[in-house]
Structures are given as structure tokens and as C-alpha cells.
Design a protein around this ligand. Sequence first.
Ligand code: PEP
Length: 240
Amino acid sequence: MRQMIAGNWKMNGTLAGLSAYASALRQGVEGVDLLVCPPFPLIRPLIEALGDASIWVGAQDCDAKRSGPHTGDVSADLLAELGARHVILGHSERRADHGESSTLVRDKARAASAAGLVPVICVGETEAERDAHETETVVRAQLAGSLPDGFSGLIAYEPVWAIGSGKTPSEDEVEAMHRAIRASLKKQLGEAGEAMPILYGGSVKPANAETLMRIPEVGGALVGGASLKAEDFLAIASAA
Ligand code: PEP
């Protein structure tokens, strides 16, 4: 199956910088799916700057409700109308900074699917949970709580301690966790869980991408910092 390399710009990027980024990215990479998730206001301009390139644009969050009195929130329907194809949900920064629970992530995933968006649901353990040997238990509970019945989308395994730290788990650890996630997906979703892509995220860089992308059960990468420079993002995609 083709791997997906997804970029999460977080609260970075400018309107002024879009055109140079898009023209570099338009070179693309054969045989890999590319997705870029900029901040909300840049979604439409990025789609326009990418033009007819086969590169998807997505969002980093959406609200669980369809519309209404929710100041500052953005609905999945509006994101779909803007042309977003995917939406990242349950990123550890949202779980930590905004107190998002797995139940809320599940409700957001329902809203996203109803709007025709493809959810990318993030799970992963903190350093304290890893030190306490609770990684699998934590991730299993996040999957059980965050995935609605009949979920269709992607999973991103992102150890929280690896995000933005320059640290990554060993290859054996990544493989073991992706296998454990696969087992949970099959149990929860049956046949639909067998082929669901499981991305790895956490300090993926051009220098380690090839090693990480070759690990069995790794269906691609969710890339934060290294997605901000088109050349680095493309170098990671070339390694997939
Ligand atoms: C992320 O924010 O999803 C992420 C993986 O960040 P980084 O690649 O910078 O570790």
C-alpha cells in the first residue's frame, strides 16, 4: 500500500510564504500520498497555491458540533466546503493544551466523517507513562475511547515524548506498538481495521525517515517541524 506523508504545521506558516512552499512541493514525489495541514486560515490559500498538484490539504482540528454558538470553533462542514480532505484529531498538543478527552475526539471524528472528511486520529503515551511501562495500556484505551463505531480513517501513533524532542523510539519499539495498534484496530473494527493506515509521528526528519518508513506496519509519517520546509518534507516523502 502507498504510504502517506502528512505535514502538521501547527501554529506556523504565513500567507506570504505559501507560494514558495507550494511551488517547491508541486514537484511532488512518485508513489507517495502527500497531505499538508496548515492553520485554518491558510487552508484555502494553500489549496489555490497548489493548483492541480495531487497533494491533499487538511486541517488540524474541527469542532464536534455541526454549527451554532461556539465562538472561535470551526465546523467540519466548513472545512470540507473549503476543500480540506483530512482532519487531524486528538493531537497530544490538543489533548494537553485544550483538555481534549478521547470521548471528545470520538465526537469530533463522527462530525468529520459526516462532513466527508477523513479523520487522522492521534494516540501516544507521555514520557511518564512510558517510564511506568504503561504505553500499550494507554494507547489501547485512547483507541477504544477515540474511535467511533464503524470508524474509517487513519491512525497516527505519536509518542508524546518524541514530538519536537529529536528523540524517537527504537525500531523494535515502533514495530511493537504498530503491531499492538493493529491488533486493537482489528478487535474494534473487524475487517476495516486490517488495512487501516497507521502513521508514525515524532521527530521524523530526512535523516531518520528511511529507517522509520521501512518498519513493518508503518503506513507513513505525521511530520511536525520538518514539514515546514518543503525540501525537508519532500526528502522525507522520498524515503517512503
Ligand atoms: C507532530 O506535531 O505531530 C509531530 C510529530 O511533530 P515533530 O515532527 O516536530 O516531532
